[in-house]
Design a protein around this ligand. Structure first.
Ligand code: HEC
Length: 267
């Protein structure tokens, strides 16, 4: 396994190269990474030059935008809009053409199904659009997404309080121990006693979107400065042989089923 330092240095060296020598060299670098990347490049769509131009943003300002945008487009699209609306002004394209409002469907853990909370989903979309997918050679987008998932699961949410709150009632904080909307919202509702349709629950989720946007911008700013270091330490698939979250016992009790092993190993 590569060390964290090794990976970071490689990532940094590569990013500097992309920034200084531009798109032509970036294309050449991608080609050097191996033949399979060429097909990924050809099939992936029109915007394949990474990283997208990024200028450092103010985390608190971004969080305020996300908080207010929640009341228009809800969690996932609010996080995307909080970053991209500013980059639209500061940078222009490709942010100007990016339809952030289409991501309203991330609300309620995707159209109300309580799967991944829209806030980390939106943050991970932003990080991977700006930095690029790991199959294009830079790993920081993937790593930031892993950091966001773990941070979100472990944080006392909401972390961020807006300057002018739409809901003056004190908002209690809870740890979700999961990036799932269902668990995150459910545990908060249990602790606070407020129902799903209450203004307090809505404000809590707006603040969760704001908290996530804040942390995302901290990570992106570090990446821009070349000092980003991945902090997450969990890869469920490697450790347990199944994708998932770290706290198996919370759902399975002390009888955690073991995934099958040894039949039909993948490449
Ligand atoms: C958020 C709740 C939750 C967490 C956390 C969770 N699981 Fe599950 N898991 C389920 C549910 C629900 C099922 C399907 C019902 C069942 O069979 O228990 C399932 C099914 C499985 C299965 C399929 C086989 C079977 O008996 O159903 C395996 C294997 C498994 N889980 C392993 C794990 C491991 C290992 C972890 C921790 C790394 C984990 N799970 C964490 C909820 C969870």
């Amino acid at each position: 396994m590569k060390t964290k330092e090794g990976m970071d240095q490689k990532g940094l060296a590569r990013r500097r190269m992309l920034i200084t020598t531009g798109a032509v060299a970036a294309g050449a670098a991608l080609t050097q990474l191996g033949g399979w990347l060429n097909s990924a490049e050809a099939k992936g769509g029109s915007t394949e030059k990474w990283p997208w131009p990024y200028e450092k943003l103010d985390p608190a300002k971004t969080a305020e935008i996300a908080y207010n945008e929640w009341y228009r487009v809800f969690c996932g699209a609010a996080v995307i809009s909080s970053v991209f609306s500013q980059l639209r002004e500061k940078v222009g394209e490709p942010y100007k053409s990016f339809p952030a409002d289409a991501f309203v469907f991330l609300e309620g853990g995707q159209v109300g199904w309580g799967t991944i909370c829209g806030s980390p989903a939106g943050a991970n979309i932003v990080a991977n659009l700006i930095i690029g997918p790991r199959i294009a050679g830079a790993h920081e987008g993937h790593q930031i997404a892993a950091d966001i998932m773990q941070w979100y699961s472990e944080a006392k949410m909401p972390v961020f309080a807006p300057a002018v709150a739409k809901q003056p009632t004190k908002i209690v904080t809870t740890v979700s121990d999961s990036p799932l909307c269902h668990l995150s919202v459910g545990k908060w509702m249990k602790a606070s006693g407020y129902e799903l349709a209450s203004p307090e629950r809505k404000d809590r989720c707006a603040r969760v979107a704001a908290s996530t946007a804040y942390h995302l911008v901290e990570l992106l700013n570090d990446w821009k400065d070349g000092k980003y270091e991945s902090s997450s330490d969990f890869t469920c698939a490697k450790e347990f042989g199944l994708t998932g979250q770290y706290n198996c016992n919370e759902c399975h009790g002390d009888k955690v089923p073991a995934p099958p092993k040894g039949k039909g190993k993948g490449a």
